[in-house]
Design a protein around this ligand. Sequence first.
Ligand SMILES: Cc1cc2nc3c(=O)[nH]c(=O)nc-3n(C[C@H](O)[C@H](O)[C@H](O)COP(=O)(O)O)c2cc1C
Length: 383
Amino acid sequence: MKELLWGSKSEPEDPELHEPEWFELPLQAEPGGSFDLRGFIQTLANARCLTRVRERIEWNLGIGRWTRSRHKPLLFENVKDYPGQRVFTNGLVDPICIGLALGFEASMPYASLIAQCRKRLGEPVEPKIVQTGPVLENVVPSIALDLLQFPVPHWSEYDAGRYIGTWHLNISRDPETGKRNAGVYRMQVLGPRQATISASKGSDLSRHVAKAEAKGAELPTVVAIGAPETTVMAAGAACPATMDEFALAGALQQKPVELLELGRLEAPARSEIVIEGFIHPRVRVTDGPYFDYYGRPDTNPNAFLFEATRLMYRNDPIFRGSAIGKPGAEDHQLFAFLAQLGLVDFHGSRLKQMVQNFLWKRRAFETLQTVGKIGSDLRRGKK
Ligand SMILES: Cc1cc2nc3c(=O)[nH]c(=O)nc-3n(C[C@H](O)[C@H](O)[C@H](O)COP(=O)(O)O)c2cc1C
């Protein structure tokens, strides 16, 4: 396979990058909404942590390259073929940004941040159900729906296509118990209304699908993009079985998450984009290759097939996504943070979990990728 190089060697700093400006950021961040994505971007701008990219950037590999070659939150304001639409990446690319997303000052030492968060976890804050929210500003019925109306990036040359789900929430309910789950499971666009959902076998979503399939039923599912960062943190976390991910997010932000009631499911009311739909029973599709967190393309031949039935989005939506696969990228930063809280579980063997947790906690990202690649080679060898 071609040698994979990231960072300054393969991605030289772009000389055209404008110096960011720290004023007149037209985000329409609302008072009290500081935990929505717009509030967070504004907070990053105020703390001088945000780079606004005014150059025209291609959704096709351009956004991914820029994201991987810069260790700063990026707001793309001029995406080719998508005039007026914005894309935000690298939001949690370092511990300071994680602190800002949790409402701490940029000067907060990381050890104190972890200690504070451990305390917060002891006090779950239940979500507040609301009947309306900014995400209802635009509603598109199934017939007119096109997932590519947003500037969904083709993140890496190793990817099979455009990934709409890289930093988002997949929300579903257990068909037997009714317990809600929110997870982050990658999604590749397959058509105007269809996308993959690639969830590991041990995940809650896979359990929900299995239970629905046993009844021959589809599984209602909602996808939220540009949801509050605390909800993505909670969805990516190994949430205790007795706790709801949104109560965990509420604990992290010390404020209830507002959840918009959508019939059978709910989604954060302040998300940029919400897609209602379902998972087809007993249908499997190939997802990938996708350049994954251990720095290599990964294919899942048993992904679920998601069908979108209704789309909602805020005026001037900001598409939130992430370029995975570079050591120290924002997914690694998030897992390092969650490991400190004892909240990482990739559903592997106990040994794999122990090794991964050890390496996440020490922020040994390159070693983690090397170990991951060796593990995947061994598994392939066995097959
Ligand atoms: C950015 C990001 C991408 C992720 N992608 C996937 C994925 O594609 N498939 C998967 O099974 N888990 C993925 N995860 C991990 C799950 O979200 C995580 O294991 C979570 O705990 C799953 O919850 P569950 O145990 O309730 O299923 C991802 C996490 C993050 C933060």
